[in-house]
Design a protein around this ligand. Structure first.
Ligand SMILES: Cc1ncc(COP(=O)(O)O)c(C=O)c1O
Length: 463
């Protein structure tokens, strides 16, 4: 043994940074650049703050990846996790098995659902849950003796995840082009971003009608009886914090109802207070058949996602599983007891600490604060948001409205400058997304706004 030890030691990287480059693959990263630039290693977090390996602190203005809604170091979640691990670290839901935590969580989710829901299917991530929701739509249509209803519609620029079906649902190039996706039958319609895509002189009403006409034409040309469902984020997060016009969403729902097409609300980002209501479905007045939740459901302390199903879908599943003698969907970690316990405790915190109401009140602090502080900036075109989810659209010119050449990477440069000022935000093209933990204080929100304003000023000065 001793003869090989020196050899191993000799080739082993001698720092965390070097080991990262040697062994870790990073998503949404240019892997070649990473070898030069190396990782930013985050070692700890408390509240809305994270600390890197060198001791530098950053305000986590994106809740990581839109997920750690209750902030870092939440003792009640840590304790719920520890308690459950001691009592029952694992069990499953197949072959009639169950456990108390998952029963309690499913009942609570049905109770707080924004529209009448009947049952809950559990998975581990938003992508998996959207995949399962697509499968449940197919199962539903098979049960209804309409197996030809296989197609799905979603928005261009929407992000629904990165498993094969959820990536196909997503309307972003980087999850398609590099992987030969979308799968056939995954259709996309224009993103309802009035600010970016409204024609000159067009009202929001006319814009909505134009998109609805295109949707109707697509449904007709594909054949309504071939379409299983439409996936919608109540507010599009990774698509650039796009708030669809109400007239558009109303019209979509009318069309879907007319053609019997299922509506799936992807609430992976919006559920659990993010938009100032417990569910984005309420904020945007939707009536989905299926609601998909992840991220905030456990405040990211444990990977768990949930697919809420209404009675229309559940009754069909019941009939079909009787016909086939089996409901054939299963996952080892579906309804994991630790995830269920953490989610249940997170929901208690959302309720006990009036987190949803806080997010609603903080919306004004955030939006008014941003508008006031960024008023003088000539490159800020629009500031939009609901609750504690907002987007700052950067433009080359406000009037007439002109967007930057994407090659200038203005958004990405602002996000990098924000990092230099100790703030994490995310650039989605030239939209700066802001999605802090819902527990953020008013003072911290002020710091977020100030740091972002400094970053925008830095980049504006270089243009
Ligand atoms: C709206 C939406 N749906 C689904 C997903 C995928 O979730 P996950 O990354 O947990 O698979 C995301 C991730 O950001 C999302 O924003």
């Amino acid at each position: 043994m001793s003869s090989i030890e020196p050899t191993e030691a000799a080739v082993r990287p001698n720092s965390l940074e070097a080991s990262d480059k040697a062994y870790v693959v990073h998503g949404l990263t240019n892997l070649r650049d990473h070898l030069d630039r190396g990782p930013l290693i985050i070692e700890s977090g408390k509240g809305v703050w994270v600390r890197d390996k060198s001791g530098r602190e950053y305000l986590e203005g994106m809740s990581g990846l839109w997920c750690i809604s209750l902030g870092f170091g939440e003792k009640r979640l840590i304790e719920a996790c520890r308690r459950q691990m001691e009592t029952l670290a694992y069990y499953h839901l197949t072959n009639h098995r169950s456990h108390p935590g998952v029963i309690d969580l499913a009942q609570k989710l049905v109770e707080i659902a924004p529209v009448p829901m009947s049952h809950v299917w559990f998975a581990n991530s938003g992508s998996e849950a959207n995949d399962c929701a697509a499968r449940l739509c197919w199962y539903y249509w098979n049960a209804k003796d309409q197996p030809q209803r296989r197609k799905f519609i979603a928005h261009r620029r929407a992000y629904h995840g990165n498993t094969i079906a959820s990536a196909s649902l997503s309307g972003v190039g980087y999850v398609h082009e590099q992987f030969g996706l979308p799968l056939p039958g995954f259709l996309h319609v224009d993103c309802p971003d009035f600010y970016a895509a409204g024609l000159e002189g067009e009202s929001e009403e006319t814009f909505s009608r134009r998109l609805l006409t295109a949707l109707e034409a697509l449904i007709e040309s594909e054949g309504a009886d071939t379409i299983a469902g439409f996936f919608i984020e109540p507010i599009m997060a990774a698509g650039g914090v796009v708030i669809p016009p109400c007239a558009y969403l109303d019209g979509v729902q009318r069309l879907l109802a007319q053609h019997g097409i299922l509506l799936v609300a992807d609430e992976v980002v919006t559920a659990f207070g993010r938009t100032g209501e417990m569910f984005g479905t309420t904020t945007m007045d939707l009536e989905p058949d299926i609601i998909v939740c992840a991220k905030g459901i456990t405040s990211a302390y444990f990977p768990l996602s949930a697919v809420l199903i209404n009675d229309r879908v559940y009754q069909a599943m019941l009939t079909q599983s009787e016909r086939l003698a089996l409901f054939g969907l299963t996952m080892t970690y579906s309804g994991h007891p630790v995830g269920a316990a953490v989610a249940r405790e997170a929901i208690r915190i959302y309720e006990d600490d009036n987190i949803v109401e806080r997010a609603r009140l903080m919306e004004t602090v955030l939006l008014d604060g941003l508008r006031e502080r960024l008023r003088a900036s000539s490159i800020v075109g629009q500031i939009r948001g609901r609750g504690l989810l907002s987007g700052v659209q950067l433009v080359a010119s406000r009037a007439p409205k002109r967007f930057f050449d994407p090659a200038l990477r203005v958004g990405a440069r602002v996000a990098d400058a924000a990092e230099n000022h100790g703030l994490f935000v995310r650039a989605i093209g030239d939209v700066i997304a802001i999605c802090p933990p819902l527990t953020i204080s008013e003072v911290e929100l002020g710091q977020l706004i100030e740091r972002l304003a400094l970053a925008i000023r830095d980049i504006e000065a270089t243009l």
